[in-house]
Design a protein around this ligand. Structure first.
Ligand SMILES: Nc1nc2c(c(=O)[nH]1)N[C@H]1C(S)=C(S)[C@@H](COP(=O)(O)O)O[C@H]1N2
Ligand SMILES: [Mo]
Length: 543
């Protein structure tokens, strides 16, 4: 089977091989280091990829003449050459670390730790570095050290029996041992265990590392595209009326900053959609199917709309509600291009990731409802989390039946014929927002000092408007709160009631009345199938 193992060379080969395997272990541990770092970078600090940080650090510290030499010699490929150089350096250093860990433990671990500290320091020198930037190299260091210890220990276990009993495992005169005999020796068990661990670690590192880097690179070039996206100026803007917001500590701001806006979706990773290749198809029960590019869409003219979004999963008093100034195009104008046919009663909107929502056709075609395709949110292109480049916003309907992000298709159809993502999962096919009110301050669990203090919060009744908000203290009479001036009927309002808080514990309850004269439903309902109801009542402590 193995004609070369007839003579004496086996001795020297056996002696050399563990060093080779130790070097390989070091390289695999380094791969695990980089892969873990890339994965954590993707999650917490996109620009903190250690290998790129070290690369840009080197670019920064390299003397100008060397830089010029590199550019004149390698041209556009200078960065590739640099990365290959670093890669080569990493491989050599990692091999040395592996050998050190085998012959002189824990020198290899120490070497990896130093690499972790140095690359962590390099990431901190980068522009835009935050304290989170040290996490990728730190995670890499931990994973790399663990991998190195694991592999070198297995390597040692494999080599140990061979050293003590070499004669029993090989038969130099007849060649290789029989497979059955080999399977039973401690050496071959050790060998298989080492090789399996090496292979799994190496494969895992390649898949995780390369995958994370590719996703990171793809989405960061998209970040650049988003950053440079010049949306046409709005033809009309939202005017915030005087008295639209109160300056009360603890009260939610009237407009929710994008970073604070709640996020709800089924997407495990945020879809990357390039606006230059984005298309919106409008099909189904229409006279002429239409396909729009991003430029077609924004070319229709953009206007600002202030709309408060609400999630069906918002519990009474909860935070899954936010208000933004959206920039977009009326859905009715877009649908009119295709010409919905008689008999249709639903628009099934579809996201690039397959998510679907069922919206009543009337809600997106009625003149009185500002249903839009939004491309901007609070003065910037839609954030990736919130549906870049195009999403739906429909006042008065819960997000899951109306606010499709990363939108790519609108199919005009019927409720009888089609159903959306959440419909077979226990949620209503149609779900108008149940108007509600919420207490922001004082909060349960945060004691307040006795004396004058505002009770304040938010209330919303999209498309109808809030008529008044009433507060009851310790189940006493309902007192009318002061409302902020609404931006429009689609946005929430703030409210407050001055309270001379006596010491002790008190119940505060709130309810709203909408402009149709209806009082908020008192009876508690769970979020499924179509939204919670109930009056919020909090227990506050006054000291
Ligand atoms: N593509 C897609 N769009 C989606 C969802 C989703 O899961 N996938 N969730 C919807 C739900 S349930 C809500 S409440 C809103 C939330 O929008 P936001 O994350 O921008 O606040 O998005 C809607 N649009
Ligand atoms: Mo939602």
């Amino acid at each position: 089977m193995n004609p070369t193992s007839g003579g004496n060379p086996t001795t020297s080969k056996t002696a050399r091989r563990p060093i080779g395997w130790a070097a390989a272990s070091g390289i695999i541990a380094a791969a695990a280091f980089l892969a873990a770092a890339e994965l954590v970078a993707l999650i917490v600090a996109r620009s903190a990829s250690p290998i790129l940080a070290v690369g840009s650090f080197l670019i920064d510290i390299v003397p100008q003449p060397v830089k010029e030499f590199a550019i004149s010699t390698f041209g556009d490929a200078d960065k590739v050459v640099l990365l290959i150089g670093i890669g080569f350096g990493v491989v050599v250093a990692a091999a040395v670390a592996g050998i050190l860990q085998y012959v002189r433990p824990p020198l290899g671990v120490i070497a990896l730790a130093i690499a972790g500290i140095l690359s962590g320091a390099a990431t901190l020198t980068r522009a835009g570095a935050t304290p989170l930037s040290v996490l990728p190299p730190l995670a890499g260091m931990i994973v790399g050290v663990l991998a190195l210890i694991l592999l070198i220990n297995r390597l040692r276990r494999w080599r140990a029996p061979r050293a003590t009993a070499p004669a029993t495992t090989t038969a130099p005169t007849t060649g290789a041992p029989t497979p059955a005999a080999a399977a039973d020796t401690p050496a071959s068990v050790g060998r298989r265990s080492f090789l399996r661990a090496s292979l799994l670690t190496a494969a895992g590192a390649v898949v995780v590392g390369a995958g994370s880097r590719v996703v990171n690179a793809a989405t960061s070039s998209l970040s650049a595209i988003r950053e440079e996206l010049a949306l046409p100026a709005p033809r009309t803007t939202v005017t915030i009326p005087d008295g639209a917001s109160f300056d009360i500590p603890g009260l939610t701001p009237l407009i929710t900053p994008n970073d604070d806006f709640y996020r709800v979706d089924t997407a495990l990773t945020v879809p990357s959609v390039d606006p230059t290749t984005w298309r919106l198809r409008i099909d189904g029960m229409v006279d002429t199917p239409v396909e729009l590019t991003f430029d077609d869409l924004v070319g229709m003219g953009l206007d600002e709309y202030a709309v408060t979004l609400t999630c069906v999963s918002n519990e009474v008093g909860g935070g899954l509600v936010g208000n933004a100034v959206w920039l977009g195009v009326p859905l009715r104008d877009v649908l009119r291009m295709a010409g919905p046919q008689a008999g249709a009663d639903m628009v099934l909107s579809r996201s690039v990731d397959g998510y679907t929502a069922s919206t009543p056709l009337s809600a997106v075609t009625d003149d009185g409802i500002d249903a839009i395709l939004a491309v901007g949110m609070n003065g910037e292109p839609l954030p990736f989390d919130h549906g870049f480049p195009v999403r739906m916003v429909v006042p008065g309907l819960y997000g899951y039946v109306s606010a499709t992000k990363w939108l790519t298709q609108l199919t005009v159809t019927t409720f009888a014929q089609d159903e959306a993502y959440w419909t077979p999962r226990g949620y209503g096919a149609e779900a108008p927002i149940k108007f509600s009110s919420r207490i922001d301050t004082p909060r349960a669990g945060t004691p307040i000092p006795a004396g004058r203090t505002p009770i304040a919060g938010m209330a919303w009744a999209q498309t109808v408007g809030i008529e008044r908000v009433e507060v009851s203290i310790d189940d006493g009479p309902w007192q009318q709160a002061t409302l902020s001036t609404p931006i429009n009927d689609d946005t929430w309002v703030q409210w407050f009631l001055d309270w001379d808080a006596p010491g002790g514990t008190h119940y505060i309850a709130v309810r709203a009345v909408n402009r149709d004269g209806e009082t908020q439903i008192q009876e508690r309902a769970p979020i499924a199938p179509d939204g919670s109801t109930g009056w919020q009542r909090v227990l506050v402590t006054v000291r």
